[in-house]
Design a protein around this ligand. Sequence first.
Ligand SMILES: N[C@@H](CCC(=O)N[C@@H](CS)C(=O)NCC(=O)O)C(=O)O
Ligand SMILES: [Fe+2]
Length: 357
Amino acid sequence: MLTFRQLFDPQSSTYTYLLGDAATRQALLIDPVFEQVRRDVALVEELGLELAWTLETHVHADHVTGAWLLRERLGSRIALARASGAQGADRLLEAGERIEFGKRHLEVRATPGHTDGCLSYVLDDRTMVFTGDAVLIRGCGRTDFQQGSARTLYRSVREQVFSLPEGCLIYPAHDYRGLTASSVGEEKLYNPRLAESVGEGDFVGYMEHLGLAHPKQMDAAVPANLQCGRPAEERARADEPDWAPLTYTFAGIWEIQPSWLEEHAREVQIVDVREADEFNGPLGHIEGARLVPLGALAARAKEFDAALPIVTVCRSGARSAQATVLLKKAGFGRVANLSGGMLRWRAQRYAVEGGTE
Ligand SMILES: N[C@@H](CCC(=O)N[C@@H](CS)C(=O)NCC(=O)O)C(=O)O
Ligand SMILES: [Fe+2]
């Protein structure tokens, strides 16, 4: 069994792929994006996976890789092509090698042309190929910078990708129109640049006249990616909340655990967003909590002290998660949701005011 997720970075239109072996929990990420590391860490942890590898399909020109940060946070190892010329990887890959994750593996194929170090990764049973920018859906990577060569790309695609079974699904590194996947058979027929009917000379002519502007982030992205996404110190720590040991969920919510709140209750404003009858009902409420029902929160946000962090609370942690979103919108930067709400607070036997045993 394979755990598979396709993740999207809207800023660079990059796809990141999570593949996990359900039996051993070993997983890898292909082409993680620096700005999405927090999201990816949350998903890996929520799915109970152990991140063994991050793989790059190439040295990207349009975004910085999340590989370095993921190695720091989850202990994953970084792999990319030896031909990429990048520094700081744990493994430099060549065609024909295998990357194991649990009982599954990917086969490494060299598909240069967009850059020298472009690799495609083929799943062990040949049902999926991750082509990077060698083959895009009804398109392909540009060949006008970073050692690009249309002739090389044409041969890579014909020999290394179009030789796979027709039903093999193609997962590219980008799509600019929201398309998510294709197949070898489909691209052989319908790719306007690379279909079987298109000759090498036609392809070269097509690629010479793409007329694309250079990626906006190129000047910063290429040097950073040649260091596997190693960040400048300040950039790595920027906007990580430091007022409490918060966890970030894949749903996009910052959470705090009951044990921390119990010890630090006086250092924060506790805002209980239930209705009055629940606040005064059998579950009771946390001492010092202020009752502001969710429906009144936006209108009453000005009552809160901007100098103190806010912890939101409700019965189960659902309404209070929404409350963190509303408070962020109202301009409060330091906000977290009490994980599990009053139900978990009571289950862990922390003190309440009011309520029944
Ligand atoms: N506008 C995008 C650049 C898009 C771009 O150049 N993408 C590269 C992949 S890194 C490409 O090969 N695109 C081929 C195409 O759009 O046909 C940005 O500023 O990031
Ligand atoms: Fe690219």
